[in-house]
Design a protein around this ligand. Sequence first.
Ligand SMILES: [Zn+2]
Length: 72
Amino acid sequence: MRVVACPQCGTQLPWDGNRYRPFCSERCRLVDLGAWLDEKYTIPGPLDDESADTGDVAPIPGRDRRSGPEDG
Ligand SMILES: [Zn+2]
């Protein structure tokens, strides 16, 4: 059985058969809805900025790196 945590109160609840999912109850659903309307809610997600400044990882142009020493 798939179990999810209520994003509002964190209560563990089964996903299937829950009419208020992903919330545990109508109360939590309404509270969350009110937060959305107030625009106080931020969407948790991966930071995927298109205009991100690269610097940490840079793609190496050329051939694929081989594993192990290569004596030329
Ligand atoms: Zn809840």
